[in-house]
Unconditional design. Sequence first.
Length: 207
Amino acid sequence: MQTYPSKLLELAVNELAKLPGIGRKTAMRMALHLLKKSIVEVEALGTAVIKMRNEINYCKNCRNISDQELCAICANPKRDQTLICVVEDIRDVIAVENTSQYNGVYHVLGGIISPMNGIGPHDLHIDALIDRLSSGAVSEVIFALPTTIEGDTTNFYLFRKLSDFNITMTTIARGISIGDELEHTDEVTLGRSILNRTPYESILKRK
């Protein structure tokens, strides 16, 4: 059990260690680093985090994070509104955008179906996606979910759920290794996977 010379330092380390990927040793280094900074710099960091948490919005169309009611992508008239790329979370939007190979819009599910983790279809933003398709303005939906069992399960569920709509359903090409997350895929590979997407039905026929 580690001892601390200050209860305040211990409290800061405990909170920092709750962040993903941050162990207690890293949390200690971060806390001591902040302790060396000026009060103004530390307050700026604290204010930015609190302001983000309290004031950030979720786009009413796609559920991407936004400072406004509509995110910059959905509000951009140059984006192809007939093309929707379905992703697991906001990190995937950032990953695809970094490829500069996609000009449509997105739909953020907020997760993928995972019974082991207690996540079912009703925990995701699937009904909102169906509402968007009901307008009749969408011509293609791209499934850009992780190449994992959970990702494939979610793809198949969406395919069945959306099959009544007169749309093309495609999936990103499997240039991405099985089990990979989109956010960890290099931009060139991910960009090619978007450009070389294939009809989802052809994936089903191989199984």
